[in-house]
Design a protein around this ligand. Structure first.
Ligand code: BG6
Length: 481
């Protein structure tokens, strides 16, 4: 019995993620004819909605051109909406009947769980009991959005429950950073170039900095954010994933489990983050630019000490990396939106140039915006004399690859799920290790009520304590960094 169609069921269809990311992604894939021909979409949530409502909610994010309107109509013709609860078996029985009656009993089913996390378990339980495709040769796959728990214990409860219902190869935990071009490039850059391998270790690398910055604050999303804070929101997942790809050994192959095995090994070598190795901050109003502080957001509880900025040093205690700080830092309400990895090499040995003339080499992978790989090198200042100057070997994507149109991370990841590739999804053991690293510090920050250092909305690098911390770890600031 092989599938004659695919059905993508979006739980939480009325929500923010659905309108901003999921529906636009489905539309782009449909528009570009990347989906299997017989694919249908079913939205599901508790609200009383129609497909027209879904369409108008998503409209501002679809980027549909006038010339694409016929296609857009076709896309929405393939959409349906079912209203139901997240906990009543009869609603899931009804959803199942809807799928069977309207499409076919032989459809593969992709369930996208974009509901509030409190509903994960009940949705998954009811799905398993009443709404999966049962014939041989058909698959059921589950996409789960973060947050996957709040700490090691809560994540384990979720993970155990999911594992009792679905097998690991059916569970796709999304970390959308793994769908970004430059993040996917790490494996190729590291393992398809002879030049980097001999340098990629504690003998040559002084530190690695993974930076995430946003130029906006919580702006109405404070309710969600305050419960999690910047460490859980982006560091424990997005930045740690990047770090693993930078630090891992050469995988046996490009198979999903071979790559994930290596990432897990990195995490298992990582000591839990200690309070001494983290600095936290929270943005305050800047009267000069009129921007509000975190506590001015009406959706943020008064007196909150939730960090909106954090910088932490992580250590991978293995032969390759012993003693090298992996500095991860992330902040909201800074001067720009940016994500990059900066690998800072050690000082030149027996430097013969005038003191201070030589800067450290750096290899930078700019994840966004404007993807680039560049290497900072010293060169002789051209012309008379022998002065040294810092320059770059610069591979800026939009200059090197003309007509560059990169797919959105979600587009790639959704296609991965449809073809059954888990390379870019987080395995259960990986998640557990990630929480093991961050949980002690998160609990200590909360139980000791560690006050975050204030920084004005819009500054470059968070509170001044952050730069001091990085200097203490041996990071050398050069240029405008
Ligand atoms: C999400 C976080 O996972 O990533 C958000 O919850 C953050 O707080 C977002 O804004 C950033 O994603 P991107 O792709 O815009 O860098």
């Amino acid at each position: 019995h092989s599938a004659s169609s695919h059905v993508i069921i979006v739980f939480g269809a009325s929500g923010d993620l659905a309108k901003k990311k999921i529906y636009p992604t489905l539309w782009w894939l449909f528009r570009d004819k990347l989906l299997p021909s017989n694919t249908h979409f079913v939205g599901y949530s508790r609200s009383n909605l129609t497909v027209d409502n879904l369409r108008s909610n998503a409209m501002p994010y679809l980027n549909a051109k006038d010339s694409e309107w016929t296609q857009l109509d076709e896309f929405f013709k393939r959409n349906s909406y079912v209203q139901g609860s997240y906990d009543k078996p009869e609603d899931f029985i009804r959803l199942n009947k809807f799928i069977v009656d309207n499409f076919s009993a032989c459809s593969n089913r992709l369930f996208y769980l974009a509901t509030p996390p409190s509903q994960f378990i009940s949705v998954a339980t009811n799905l398993k009991a009443h709404c999966t495709a049962e014939s041989d040769g058909l698959w059921n796959r589950l996409i789960v959005e973060k947050p996957f728990g709040k700490d090691l214990d809560s994540s384990e409860v979720l993970a155990k429950h999911l594992s009792s219902l679905f097998s690991e190869d059916q569970i796709y935990r999304i970390d959308h950073y793994l769908g970004k071009e430059m993040v996917q490039n790490v494996v190729v850059l590291r393992f398809a170039n002879r030049v980097f391998s001999p340098l990629w270790n504690r003998d040559n690398i002084a530190n690695v900095v993974v930076t995430f910055k946003e130029n906006f604050g919580t702006e109405g999303r404070g309710g969600y954010f305050d419960e999690f804070g910047i460490i859980r929101d982006v560091m424990q997942n997005h930045l740690l994933q990047i770090l693993c790809l930078i630090a891992m050994e050469r995988p046996i192959s490009m198979e999903a489990n071979d790559i994930r095995d290596e990432k897990v090994k990195v995490l298992r070598c990582m000591r839990p983050l200690s309070l001494d190795d983290v600095v936290v901050g929270q943005y305050v109003a800047d009267p000069e630019n009129g921007k509000p502080g975190y506590l001015d957001d009406p959706t943020v509880p008064a007196g909150s000490i939730t960090p909106t900025y954090a910088v932490a040093a992580l250590y991978v205690d293995n032969e390759r990396w012993q003693g090298v700080p992996f500095i991860v830092r992330a902040g909201k309400a800074l001067n720009e939106k940016k994500c990059e990895v900066r690998i800072q090499f050690k000082d030149v040995i027996a430097d013969i140039l005038p003191s201070g003339a030589v800067h450290r080499n750096e290899l930078v992978l700019r994840v966004q915006p404007n993807e680039a790989v560049y290497m900072k090198l010293m060169t002789k200042r051209p012309g008379m004399g022998f002065g040294a100057e810092e320059t770059e070997l610069d591979l800026t994507y939009n200059r090197r690859f003309t007509d560059l149109k990169l797919p959105d991370a979600y587009e790639r990841l959704l296609l991965d799920v449809l073809v059954g590739s888990q390379i870019n999804f987080v395995r259960t053991d990986e998640l557990r290790e990630a929480w093991r690293v961050f949980t002690p510090a998160l609990h200590a920050l909360e139980s000791q009520r560690v006050a975050p250092h204030p920084y004005p909305y819009g500054v470059r690098n968070g509170p001044p304590q952050s730069d001091e911390f990085m200097r203490r770890l041996g990071f050398t600031f050069s240029g405008q960094y």
